[in-house]
Design a protein around this ligand. Structure first.
Ligand SMILES: [Zn+2]
Length: 276
């Protein structure tokens, strides 16, 4: 279901503003948050809570932003695991030994667009700036996943792959999984040419693209629908998929948007950690 996520923090109190999915907050099993661009120390194009390590922003600023954001959502930034994201579909299961890799420690993890863990106290994250950040929780087996699904990841069905991996490795029943899609570029602004549009049609069938608007030679695609459809195909219940209403492009004052900012912009991060 589409919904407004809750805010941590208040505008103007100097703390990072982050979003939380109410259905993840209620069960007490996880700490989590989707960052915005508000409440950090970076300037100019990176104003202000830039969490992109591969941007031209200073590393010092980015690490301080992570410290603030993680503190706001109650996780320890020194344990956060991040990987190099490449718009692929590879997913890695991480353990305590990986704590801090990618941020405060040099990482030997390689390139992955999704992370999974069943270890309490180990926060995992994915970053994004228009692409869809997807967080998952199996409350029965206590397993979490963080997935980065841009248009290529959507086509490659990385969301579905994450469900398959937790099922295979942890015995998860897809019916139990709760899923949150964070802020992303929504159908109002996700413009693609006919080449990409026809790839979506071939991959998902034209019915799944029903409702996409065409203006001249451009198409406007609802990737939330496509990411949701592939999870439902895998057995996730529609009522367990919670989708943030926020469009990163429409609300460019609150979120980084690769498209609205013309490419030079910061990154947001979606983080999740099992409490117990
Ligand atoms: Zn929009």
């Amino acid at each position: 279901m589409n919904m407004n996520f809750n805010f941590f923090g208040k505008p103007n109190d100097g703390n990072p503003i982050a979003l939380a999915c109410p259905f993840f907050e209620n069960n007490g099993l996880v700490r989590h948050g989707f960052s915005t661009r508000l409440g950090g120390v970076s300037d100019d194009a990176y104003f202000s809570l830039n969490l992109g390590l591969n941007t031209k922003d200073s590393r010092e600023n980015v690490v301080e932003n992570y410290r603030r954001f993680c503190e706001q959502i109650g996780t320890d930034y020194e344990k956060l695991v991040l990987t190099r994201q490449v718009h692929g579909t590879n997913i890695k299961t991480v353990t305590k030994e990986d704590a801090g890799k990618g941020l405060v420690r040099v990482s030997d993890l390689g390139e992955f667009d999704g992370l999974i863990t069943d270890e309490p106290g180990l926060p995992i994250g994915v970053f994004y700036a228009d692409c869809t950040p997807i967080l998952m929780l199996d409350p029965k087996h206590k397993v979490i996943a963080a997935v980065h699904s841009g248009w290529k990841g959507t086509l490659g069905r990385i969301g579905r792959k994450a469900v398959q991996e937790v099922r295979r490795n942890f015995g998860t029943d897809p019916k139990d999984i709760l899923v949150a899609f964070g802020p992303s570029i929504k159908a109002c602004h996700f413009e693609v040419g006919e080449d990409v549009f026809s790839m979506f049609c071939q991959n998902f069938g034209t019915r799944a693209l029903y409702g996409s608007l065409q203006k001249g030679e451009k198409f406007y695609v609802n990737t939330d629908k496509l990411n949701r459809a592939q999870l439902i195909e895998e057995g996730v219940r529609e009522e367990n998929i919670f989708i943030s209403n926020s469009c990163t492009y429409c609300h460019n004052d609150t979120f980084y948007s690769h498209r609205a900012d013309g490419g030079k912009t910061g990154r947001m991060c979606a983080v999740i950690e099992l409490v117990k």
